[in-house]
Design a protein around this ligand. Structure first.
Ligand code: AMP
Ligand code: ZN
Length: 112
């Protein structure tokens, strides 16, 4: 039994507001949105953080990256969007399952 919050969300053991899923990724709304659109893109395979990924994950990471524009558009972000990957304590990562934040719309926080 995994202790990982996001693995539990993928398994359906913890509820989430799903936006999209396919064989490789699960996409859901952030529970504490920092902008009017704030979704998280996670691999179904548990990878704790970006610096734990290696070349074996290249196809998966490419799939995640290339899915971002369509996922953003599906949320009405036709003008563009922001992506964030926090890595480790130094990057402010709070959940140890790799995730890409997609943010956009109104109430976008400043970057600096
Ligand atoms: P990070 O700081 O990059 O690790 O981001 C973790 C994100 O996960 C934060 O934006 C949280 O609001 C979000 N989060 C934590 N628990 C949940 C949950 N149960 N459902 C959806 N999002 C969550
Ligand atoms: Zn996990």
């Amino acid at each position: 039994m995994t202790d990982c919050l996001f693995c539990k969300i993928i398994a359906g053991d913890i509820p989430s507001t799903k936006v999209f899923e396919d064989d490789l990724i699960y996409v859901f709304k952030d529970i504490n949105p920092k902008a009017s659109v704030h979704i998280l893109v996670i691999p179904k395979q548990h990878i704790a953080r970006l610096d734990h990924a290696n070349t074996e994950h290249a196809d998966l990471l490419a799939h995640m990256m290339l899915s971002l524009p369509n996922l953003a558009k599906s949320q009405g972000l036709d003008d563009g969007f922001r992506t964030i990957i926090n890595t480790g304590p130094g990057g402010g990562q709070e959940v140890d399952h790799l995730h890409i934040h997609i943010l956009g719309g109104s109430h976008m926080p400043g970057f600096n």
